[in-house]
Design a protein around this ligand. Structure first.
Ligand SMILES: Nc1nc2c(ncn2[C@@H]2O[C@H](COP(=O)(O)OP(=O)(O)OP(=O)(O)O)[C@@H](O)[C@H]2O)c(=O)[nH]1
Ligand SMILES: [Mg+2]
Length: 317
């Protein structure tokens, strides 16, 4: 067994932190490590929180941690922030917001920066969740900003997906357009102290009628005022109910199966691209100039790259 895997099994938080760095930095031993921790996963409840910038996701996560700790549950948190390339504002904000938990050994918080491409970020995030699961947290909270494709990809690892909306923000239309409505399992109307709550509730309701009218599970809507600790018990109650639904209906099993398939494809995709492009780079990317000056079209160039790759593979056998 990889020494880090063994240390993670023995609940060494420093080993967990180190392992996450392996994942982020694409360390040569990364895949070996992930292989070893796979069987150690304990199937924590993965909860995704998504929503527009400033919707109050981090505040909610912070208060939820306190609430979950009061129930004696251990918590891992992954905050994904692809928008701040220099790991400035938001992540720093999260650090401050969640700092009260830093001395609690049963809480582990990690912000994922912008290392690698966005596709890489989605994968890194999922692998981090897997590592935290192997460590043995009861609940893993995954916070992502925004509603882009990459966030959607990340969210697909979650068992339960909560979408955070604010009154008076016009978020619902955005959420609807981005296809978030379909994947949401719970709506959290945060900042319920602000005006416009009834309007937002009725907007969510009509959207749900449209999108989920014949769905077996209609996502509930919960109101919270995270800065006043209001509504957290209801949020957790709904997440527990959703998890029970996942188990009873078999959908949880289906989701995890789909997610595993996707993870395999992502690893292959990434490793293949990495080795292939490394090879091309060694060859000096000779096609670049030809494509740029118009003497070679992009499609022939791509075809030639693939042919070279195939020949190369044949040669190895
Ligand atoms: N009035 C009110 N303000 C809130 C509430 N919850 C959060 N806020 C405020 O909203 C602001 C943004 O909160 P964050 O928790 O950083 O929001 P976020 O969604 O994590 O933001 P990003 O990670 O930057 O996308 C902060 O100033 C919070 O104090 C609430 O229930 N009511
Ligand atoms: Mg945040």
């Amino acid at each position: 067994m990889h020494p880090l895997a063994e240390r993670i099994q023995n609940k060494d938080e420093r080993a967990l932190a180190r392992a996450i760095s392996y994942v982020e930095n694409d360390h040569p031993e990364k895949l070996d490590l992930l292989k070893d921790i796979h069987a150690m996963q304990k199937k924590a409840h993965y909860v995704g929180l998504t929503g527009s910038p400033g919707a109050g996701k981090s505040s909610l996560v912070n208060r939820l941690i306190t609430y979950l700790r009061s129930l004696n549950l251990t918590v891992g948190v992954v905050a994904v922030d692809p928008t701040s390339p220099f790991s400035g504002g938001a992540i720093l904000g999260d650090r401050v917001r969640m700092s009260e938990h830093f001395t609690d050994p049963d809480v582990f918080i990690r912000s994922m920066g912008t290392r690698g491409s966005l596709g890489g970020l989605a994968r890194t995030t999922k692998e981090t969740v897997r590592l935290m699961d192997a460590f043995g947290f009861d609940v893993i909270l995954i916070e992502t900003v925004g509603v882009g494709q990459s966030e959607l990809d990340i969210m697909k690892i979650a068992d339960s997906i909560a979408v955070v909306l604010n009154p008076g923000s016009g978020d619902v239309v955005q959420v609807f357009k981005a296809g978030i409505m379909e994947i949401a399992d719970l709506f959290i109307v945060n900042k319920a102290d602000l005006p416009g709550v009834p309007k937002l509730l009725s907007e969510i309701d009509s959207m749900l009628d449209l999108v989920k009218h014949d769905a077996p599970y209609r996502p509930p809507v919960v109101q919270t005022i995270s800065v006043q600790n209001k509504g957290l018990e209801e949020v957790w109650g709904e997440l527990i109910s959703h998890r029970a639904y996942l188990e009873e209906s078999g959908e949880g099993h289906e989701r995890r199966a789909r997610s595993l398939k996707q993870e395999v494809i992502e690893v292959v995709h990434y490793e293949l691209m990495r080795t292939l492009l490394l090879k091309e780079e060694k060859g000096g990317f000779q096609w670049v100039a030809d494509v740029q000056d118009g003497s070679l079209d992009p499609y022939t160039a791509a075809e030639e790259i693939l042919e070279r790759w195939n020949k190369n593979q044949d040669g190895k056998e």
